[in-house]
Design a protein around this ligand. Structure first.
Ligand SMILES: Nc1ncnc2c1ncn2[C@@H]1O[C@H](COP(=O)(O)OP(=O)(O)O)[C@@H](O)[C@H]1O
Ligand SMILES: [Mg+2]
Length: 257
């Protein structure tokens, strides 16, 4: 099977600081890939490369090759608006806009003039897109009568689901999640993990987590990063039961990190 995302010899510098050192990895479609490693090892930096979010940071230099569906994304002419629609990102703290629930989900489709897959030749209405997106994150039933309420009044878990729905509304193919449960309690965390499990049939998901149980529960493949290098990558069950590298073993057995 062709990889969804292929990264070859990726280097990234913040000014003089060498933050990613020759990372090569192939990420399979419709799988959950977990990125683990101690704080500061480059997990977020790596994730941000995949939709060129590091471009917004001054003094960043990126070298190497990243292709998504065979299309190179690092070249200067890449269409970043299209890329970020296709490759959406969820952050540690949910960041809904200070708008109504409806307007949060409708925001992307309105901005891009995006319409969902056409049913019978007709583009879906904004209302239909909002409903479909909220259903996909299991929020529709609880929020359908509150669509005009401010998104900021929702619980943190609901806000994070809403942020995912906001991405789904513009038909992404890849979801990047940077410690999406770190602001949530354990019960909410498990429910978001269930959602990730449901979504993987339709989306390629790359998730950064510092929670090794979480990586073991939800991912098919795991990548262990340390000091800007990809130390080991493979099937999650194998990484957690018989890692090949001593550094990986030390980390997953809690000897450091
Ligand atoms: N905007 C930035 N400018 C300079 N250095 C940065 C910046 N962002 C991250 N770094 C550095 O790059 C390294 C990797 O950071 P990061 O990707 O955030 O790690 P992680 O997500 O694994 O905790 C760290 O040493 C961090 O201090
Ligand atoms: Mg991080």
């Amino acid at each position: 099977m062709n990889p969804k995302i292929s990264v070859k010899n990726l280097h990234l510098h913040y000014g003089d600081f060498h933050a990613l050192k020759g990372v090569s990895i192939e990420i399979r479609p419709c799988r959950v890939t977990a990125i683990i490693g101690p704080s500061g090892c480059g997990k977020s930096t790596f994730l941000r490369c995949l939709n060129r979010m590091n471009d917004t940071i001054e003094g960043v230099k990126t070298e190497g090759l990243i292709t998504i569906d065979g299309e190179e994304i690092l070249h200067t002419g890449a269409d970043l608006i299209r890329l970020r629609k296709k490759v959406g990102m969820v952050f540690q703290r949910p960041n809904p806009f200070p708008l109504s629930i409806f307007e949060n989900v409708a925001f992307g489709p309105k901005l891009h003039g995006v319409s969902g897959p056409k049913k019978g030749g007709r583009a879906p209405s904004l209302e239909e897109i909002v409903e479909k997106s909220l259903r996909a994150v299991n929020l529709w039933d609880e929020l359908k009568d509150l669509l005009k309420d401010s998104a900021l009044r929702l619980s943190l878990e609901q806000q994070q689901r809403l942020c995912i729905a906001r991405l789904l509304a513009v038909n992404p193919e890849v979801l990047l999640m940077d410690e999406p449960c770190s602001a949530l309690d354990p019960v909410a965390t498990l429910r978001i993990e269930e959602l990730i499990h449901e979504m993987k049939k339709d989306y390629t998901i790359v998730i950064v987590t510092h929670n090794m149980q979480q990586a073991a529960r939800i991912s098919g493949e795991t990548a262990y990063f340390y000091l800007g290098e990809l130390i080991e990558f493979g099937r999650t069950d194998r990484i957690f039961t018989s890692p090949e590298k001593k550094e990986t073993e030390d980390y997953i057995t809690g000897r450091f990190g």
